[in-house]
Design a protein around this ligand. Structure first.
Ligand code: 1HN
Length: 352
């Protein structure tokens, strides 16, 4: 029995008396907030083509100077949440940011956690708490909660990157705010160099970094090499994927969102079970098809799509001769911490 009675079943003067006192009867709304078997998700499977975004972003570069915009971004908004909410999913925000040669996006810090996945162009950099991180295609750069960050560009072509933030969650929690700062002094030391060799870490006797975020830049060349090594070492392995982690603790690189890179072998089809977190796929190299019930997206290079949680997903490499490499952002660290992370191998509820 799903119908627990409707609001209209109650006398109008009774409902009015409740409302006047900021009271609401639960039973007409209970199934809405606690549906059977599977959560209601506003997040819709949505695809954003880079070929659509790039010319509109370059146009924004003509229309709005960086001094005015602070950050020149087109937000990849999921229509299921309404565009005004600027959400890709419940917790994920996505945006494509443009920086033109010579431009500078001044330093600030904020409570939401962010990462950048570099899509196109050379010569830009992001300085995070004094560590200057060069930006090249496929690099992942962390700007975790509370860290100063500014972007600059010494190259001669536009640079574009994908921003991924947990802004919708932080905004919902009423903890989202920012502080502005001045130009940062660049400090010596580069976590991406120190921690690039997974088997060796700075010896504790000389003091661990003591930093919550010792590695801020994950170079694509290293990540790609790791994926290729896994694929060649384990020819039978279907799910060739790495997770971006804190090299000192092995834990997720950031607190709320999870970041991964996945390789599809030439011609491969990979079926992923339904999992509770919503998930973003972004094609770093190659082309992939993303299929869920009722939707199929052909991701060309630099295309992005969002898939709601609890959704079985099939990934297919569109090329029979070249591998495809995807960047994945998901809500898995958040779900694990909340104790609601769930995998449904047979698409049945598996309440943790
Ligand atoms: C932000 O700080 C950046 O620093 C980009 O590049 C996008 C979207 C919402 C809130 C803060 C950046 C952002 C943002």
């Amino acid at each position: 029995m799903n119908d627990l009675g409707r609001l209209e079943d109650l006398p109008a003067d009774y409902v009015a008396a409740l409302r006047e006192r900021n009271l609401v009867p639960l039973w007409p709304s209970l199934r809405g907030v606690l549906p059977p078997q599977i959560p209601t998700r506003q997040t819709r499977p949505t695809h954003w083509a880079y070929a659509d975004i790039k010319p509109l972003l370059l146009k924004a570069g003509e229309l709005t100077p960086i001094e005015k915009a602070e950050r020149r971004v087109l937000v990849l908004a999921n229509p299921g949440h309404t565009l005004e909410k600027m959400q890709a999913s419940a917790a994920l925000y996505l945006g494509m940011q443009l920086l033109l040669p010579g431009e500078w996006a001044p330093s600030h810090r904020h409570t939401p956690n962010a990462v950048r996945m570099v899509v196109e162009g050379e010569g830009a950099w992001t300085t995070v708490d004094g560590e200057k991180c060069p930006m090249s295609r496929g690099d992942l750069i962390l700007t975790p909660t509370g860290r100063w960050h500014e972007h600059g560009h010494d190259g001669d072509q536009p640079v574009i990157w994908l921003d991924v933030l947990d802004l919708p969650l932080m905004y919902y929690l009423e903890v989202s705010y920012h502080l502005n700062g001045g130009r940062q002094d660049v400090k010596p030391g580069r976590g991406d160099r120190v921690y690039a060799h997974g088997g060796v870490l700075p010896t504790p006797v000389f003091g661990r970094s003591g930093k919550r975020y010792p590695m801020l830049r994950y170079a694509w060349a290293e990540t790609k090499a790791a994926l290729q090594a896994i694929a060649s070492d384990q020819p039978e392995l279907a799910h060739v994927q790495v997770t971006y982690v804190n090299p000192e603790t092995g834990e997720d690189a950031e607190n709320v969102l999870g970041f991964h890179a996945l390789m599809l072998r030439p011609g491969q089809t990979l079926t992923l079970p339904a999992r509770s977190p919503a998930c973003v796929y972004h094609a770093i190299e190659g082309r992939a098809r993303v299929d869920v019930k009722g939707h199929g997206f052909d991701l060309k290079e630099a295309d992005t799509c969002c898939i709601p949680g609890y959704t079985p997903t099939t990934l297919t490499n569109a090329s029979a001769s070249a591998p495809a490499f995807l960047f994945i952002a998901d809500e898995s660290p958040l779900h694990r911490k909340l104790g609601v992370y769930e995998v449904r191998p047979d698409d049945q509820p598996a309440m943790p």
